[in-house]
Design a protein around this ligand. Sequence first.
Ligand SMILES: [Zn+2]
Length: 279
Amino acid sequence: MSWFKREDNKIVNTEERTVRTEGLWTKCPSCGKAIFNADLEANQQVCPACGHHFKMGARERLALLLEPGYQLVDLELKSTDPLNFTDLKPYKKRLVDAQKKTGLNDAIVNALGNIGKHEVVISAMEYAFIGGSMGAVVGETIARAVDRSLETRRPLIIISASGGARMMEGIASLMQLAKISAGLARLDDAKVPYISVMTDPTTGGVTASFAMLGDLNIAEPGALIGFAGPRVIEQTIRQKLPEGFQRSEFLLQHGFLDAVVPRKEMKEYLERTLTWMVG
Ligand SMILES: [Zn+2]
């Protein structure tokens, strides 16, 4: 999925076009039904009619998975705009706008808490913050979550929701792939479990690094998961891609995922898996 679509030389945010929110109602992009926002919220942002999983904020997700009393950590880091980058507007302005919109410093939240009896370290990505893109702050925050897991031997869970690397930080962004992958290798050597939970969308540099490196790689239903987008692949291999290509269910069928787990069952699934992994 592309974040932006070019139309008459204007760049239009496709998210805003497909998920139309008019006051109290949200139109489901999958079945077209209008859903009362309070019903959507009560149903954990899943369409009651067709089961379409809407995107969910990082903090809402942590609240859903962790027992009460968990602690948010590593929230203080902020991007310094290392390249002094400007595209349609200055990156500094994008950051300030995203900070105001989400109340977060960047596209990630770390937390320490429990899933059932299991103490875990969780890192959850925030798609509403510049498409969940991974710059130096996201990378460093995830690296700190890995370090916390290593120090405490608590299992690590990373919930991805990201368009990939953050182009406004160039190579500083790409370096995060290597940094986090190296940290996860240390975690693997120490035999501390890491579960990767992919949500819609998990693409680009995030898929190419930590999202696919879990001891267990699982995803929510219908999530777009891939590296390059389908149009780029079709043009490269000069073939039409099959139906459902790059969606969770297709990836499970072809051996790229271990399970597709509906949002309602995710907490219980993680609890059961942790019991199986660490006892
Ligand atoms: Zn629906």
